[in-house]
Design a protein around this ligand. Structure first.
Ligand code: ADP
Ligand code: MG
Length: 456
């Protein structure tokens, strides 16, 4: 089809949608925000302006769009939705988009595939199709897809790195999952570096090192998650290095994840570092607001929560930074709504959000100074051990704040306050808890102090 065909086809779709949608919905989701990017045979790629837009349009209007396109073209089409600014030029040829439904997953093949997924030790809930793509992870996503489509070729080893809960495990598992689906004959294995280490230690103890080596050296695609755990363990690094070389020399695909740039792992052997650097390393950043919204939308649908735009926005602004935090927030919201037996509304969201809203980290010195100032004593007196009433109560209040507001352990608190015994801290926190619960003057004073210190 020519460009004009694409355009006029989409205009037809829009015209029909406009009839059945409210004006606001149409303006928000379609007008100027969607288009057909390509049509190849019956594969129609629909571009959306943002990840959020994509999830929304695909979730809600897939059926309607397909119905119109099929009717106008006279054939049954496969629709693929993508974020149109997503072309990263990572692959030499035009991005081939394969919709999940075009993978030949016949009923008879399903048990075989399921078994292969189990053998590969992959958590089947992780796939590319439920990985929401945005600014912070699009490069990692595109690269992972490229590796899964053409393993052993370009990016070897392939390493994804980034902080906690940004989607590393999801992505490397999805990569392995996709290889299993496309190449029944390939032997794929997902493992964490902890499992690798534990199995190695057990093998040495039981004198079964050759079985251990056999397992890891017989694979075509080896995924090792969280390799930061092997840094600092000399014998594990040694074994890992040999496994790595063995597979690499045979042209097998190696995929890793790490919680930071491996170059920054102090105890990682240089020869391993240079191996990683020799391949492709991509970073996943923390999700920005738009990606958080898209993920919240997709995940809320998964758990059957029907949230509107303003609710999603409120959650996205207050939950995070990691995607695991978003999931946690949604689950709490679902639980809360079940508990009080009502639909999710803003007040329910606020109550859940305010519970989880991250308090700005205040540094300990600052807190000690503020408490001391409040009670007109010196920081040294807070840390000291004089047991006069003037000092004991402020000390107890400090312990209470560090415990509840900063989440420090009793031991840590003891350390910050001049190395007292941690049972002293437990006693103090309990005592102030009781005071606050009783209300009255002491409680008012503590609330006042708390708002002064943690207001920002
Ligand atoms: P990491 O391994 O980086 O700590 P995970 O891969 O375990 O993070 O991700 C944490 C949770 O967030 C998982 O449940 C995962 O499915 C989900 N998640 C992460 N990134 C995405 C994404 N882009 N789209 C959908 N879910 C995601
Ligand atoms: Mg992980």
């Amino acid at each position: 089809m020519t460009n004009l065909d694409k355009t006029s086809l989409w205009e037809t779709v829009l015209a029909e949608l406009q009839l059945s949608l409210s004006g606001a919905n149409f303006q928000t989701w379609f007008k100027g925000k969607t288009s057909i990017i390509s049509i190849n045979n019956s594969l129609v790629e629909i571009g959306c302006s943002s990840p959020y837009n994509k999830v929304w349009v695909e979730e809600r209007y897939f059926g309607k769009i397909k119905e119109v396109i099929d009717r106008v073209t006279g054939v049954s089409n496969t629709l693929v939705f993508s974020v149109s600014s997503q072309d990263l030029g990572l692959k030499p040829k035009k991005r081939a988009v394969v919709a999940p439904s075009t993978v030949p997953l016949f009923d008879e093949a399903a048990p075989i595939i399921q078994e292969a997924i189990e053998q590969a030790n992959i958590n089947p809930k992780y796939s590319f199709s439920n990985f929401v793509v945005g600014q912070s992870n699009q490069l990692a996503f595109a690269a992972s897809k490229a590796v899964s489509e053409a393993p052993f070729e370009h990016y070897n080893p392939f390493l994804v790195y980034g902080g906690v809960g940004v989607g590393k495990t999801h992505l490397v598992s999805a990569l392995a999952h996709a290889v299993v689906l496309r190449r029944a004959q390939a032997k794929v294995l997902y493992t964490s570096s902890e499992t690798f280490t534990n199995e190695m230690v057990a093998a040495i103890q039981n004198r079964q090192t050759s079985t251990f080596r056999g397992k890891y050296r017989a694979v075509d695609v080896l995924v090792v998650d969280d390799i930061q755990f092997i840094a600092g363990r000399e014998s594990t690094q040694e074994e890992f290095f040999h496994t790595f070389n063995h597979l690499y020399n045979l042209g097998k695909q190696l995929v890793f994840s790490c919680d930071r740039d491996p170059g920054e792992l102090e105890k990682l052997q240089d020869r391993l570092k240079s191996r990683f650097i020799g391949g492709l390393m991509v970073k996943i950043d923390s999700p920005d607001l738009e990606l958080r919204e898209a993920i919240l939308l997709a995940k809320s649908r998964d758990i059957g929560l029907d949230l509107d735009f303003s609710t999603i926005r409120l959650l996205a602004e207050n939950l995070g930074p990691s995607i695991r935090d978003l999931e946690g927030g949604l689950l709490r919201l679902a639980a809360a709504s079940k508990l009080v037996g009502k639909k999710v509304d803003i007040s329910l969201v606020e109550s859940v959000v305010s519970l989880t809203r991250k308090k700005p980290e205040k540094n300990i010195d600052y807190i000690l100074e503020e408490v001391a100032k409040f009670f007109s004593i010196k920081v040294g007196d807070l840390k000291g051990s004089r047991r006069t009433k003037t000092f004991v109560f402020p000390r107890q209040v400090t312990m209470y704040l560090l415990r509840h507001e900063n989440g420090l352990s009793f031991k840590e608190i003891a350390g910050h306050l001049g190395g007292k015994d941690h049972t002293t801290v437990i006693y103090a926190v309990n005592k102030v808890d009781n005071l606050v619960e009783k209300g009255g003057e002491a409680a008012r004073l503590i609330v006042d102090l708390k708002s002064r210190i943690y207001k920002g």
